[in-house]
Design a protein around this ligand. Structure first.
Ligand code: FES
Length: 159
């Protein structure tokens, strides 16, 4: 959260102009809680998901009480990422800028492939070229896949 408690803060995930989710947090005066406003720009699937989740998110004062989407569609993965980021609980197991040094594949490219449906190490390799040479980065691809697709409820995650 921002240092000035009166300033609204916006969390954003996705691809600007193509598929975006925003969550604005406006502090409630005199309380440590926030009003939440969930908005989206993008394909119908994303807009429909936001319509389903809007009341659940916006009626909740404490985001940690909102369950995470459990599906693996691009829209559900995006919403899960947004909620975890807003909670301060999005902690990827691999954070270097480049993931595959043999093929010069950026970590962001691998994350985008996972978000768009590359849900096995083989698919990530086909879509991005990561892990197609020495293979030493495969464990990092696998750990990102595991985190993105199977991250447990944040209540079970220790800091
Ligand atoms: S570091 Fe990715 S294949 Fe070698």
């Amino acid at each position: 959260m921002s240092e000035n408690p009166a300033t609204p803060q916006t969390f954003q995930v996705g691809h600007p102009g193509h598929s975006e989710l925003h969550l604005q947090a406006s502090p409630i005066e005199g309380a440590s809680q926030h009003h939440w406003k969930l908005t989206a720009i993008g394909p119908l699937e994303l807009l429909e998901l936001v319509a389903q989740w809007r009341q659940k998110v916006e009626s909740c004062r404490d985001l940690r009480q909102v369950p995470l989407p459990q599906g693996h569609s691009p829209a559900e993965l995006l919403l899960k990422e947004l909620l975890l980021k807003a909670r301060g609980e999005w902690k990827l197991p691999y954070t270097e800028e480049e993931l595959c040094h043999c093929r010069a594949v950026a970590t962001q490219k691998v994350l985008e492939a996972i978000a768009q449906g590359a849900h096995t190490p083989e698919k990530v390799s086909r879509w991005t070229s990561a892990s197609t040479s020495c293979g030493s980065c495969r464990k990092d691809v696998t750990s990102l896949l595991d985190y993105y697709l199977n991250k447990p409820s944040p209540h079970a995650v220790s800091e």
